[in-house]
Design a protein around this ligand. Structure first.
Ligand code: ADP
Length: 266
């Protein structure tokens, strides 16, 4: 994408002498375009639960409240959609936080990785019970890493939560750690439903959900979990890779530098 500015324009005898400056604004244009897309997608996603809530409330007011079965069913839908709305609002806030200067507000300190993993697993106990999945923390107890514990905690929580939700009863989720020269790895893997090769890069796109519109889709979500994870991993100077096979399970491999350094652009 090019922007042009004429800086010199003069008639000399029978011709014109013109100087035009061309600027390559591709990067700024793409960023702006992405932001516009995000706002319009976000509004669309927010409208869906809001429309359901107001529609069912209106139907109840118009008389359906007198039918006990309908009253119960519609109130449940209203509650479910309200929860979805809260999750969407939280995720939209998280993504805008991680995006706008997420790196500047990092609090880097030594952190016990196994303890952090354990805390996040504990917070997920309701989902673990509901889906009857076993979560194991195989990070050695003495491992210390230099990171922002709050951001890494959120990353772990999102990935483990996905491992639990996109799984079958009695499935497994495992947290493990590996050391490499100058870097360390955190691996979150599950033996759940897996992700088809052609979907694997799309799951990192905002609002994308595999099978979101298929009937019988049981797991509800916002499609913002993995984009938030990817953004935070980048803020922490790391990289994320996904290996997955449908029906076998998924592996999210996070690689971070041992010594945290701010990236040169900041
Ligand atoms: P959400 O879970 O809210 O839909 P995410 O961004 O966390 O949003 O994930 C996007 C999609 O990727 C999910 O809808 C799901 O289809 C797929 N996905 C994510 N994690 C896993 C996993 N561990 N196993 C299988 N599918 C997954």
């Amino acid at each position: 994408v090019v922007e042009a500015t004429v800086v010199y324009n003069k008639q000399v005898h029978h011709h014109f002498e013109v100087i035009v400056l061309l600027y390559d604004i591709t990067e700024a244009w793409t960023v702006e375009q992405m932001q516009l897309n995000f706002v319009s997608n976000a509004s669309h996603e927010l409208r869906t639960p809001i429309t359901a809530i107001s529609g069912f409330a209106e139907t109840l007011m118009n008389g359906a409240k007198n039918d006990p079965d309908k009253l119960d069913e519609f109130l449940r839908i209203i509650q479910k959609e309200s929860r979805k709305l809260v999750r969407l609002a939280d995720d939209i806030l998280s993504i805008s936080r991680t995006q706008s200067g997420g790196e500047q507000s990092l609090k880097i300190a030594d952190c016990n990785l196994a303890a952090l993993g354990q805390e996040e697993i504990k917070l997920l106990h309701r989902g673990i019970q509901l889906h009857q999945v076993e979560v194991s923390n195989q990070i050695p107890e003495n491992v210390k890493v230099q990171t922002d514990a709050q951001q890494l905690g959120q990353i772990i929580k999102n990935l483990v939560a996905n491992g639990i939700r996109y799984n079958r009863p009695h499935g497994h989720v495992k947290l493990s750690y590996e050391e490499v020269t100058n870097r360390w790895k955190l691996i979150v893997e599950d033996d759940g439903i897996g992700i088809a090769p052609e979907e694997q890069h799309k799951v990192f796109e905002r609002f994308y959900r595999v099978n979101a519109n298929k009937p019988g889709e049981l797991v509800s979500g916002t499609g913002l979990g993995l984009p938030i994870v990817a953004e935070s991993v980048k803020n922490l100077g790391g990289e994320i890779r996904l290996k997955s096979e449908p029906g076998k399970g998924s592996q999210f491999i996070l690689t971070f530098p041992k010594e945290w350094k701010p990236s040169p652009e900041y």
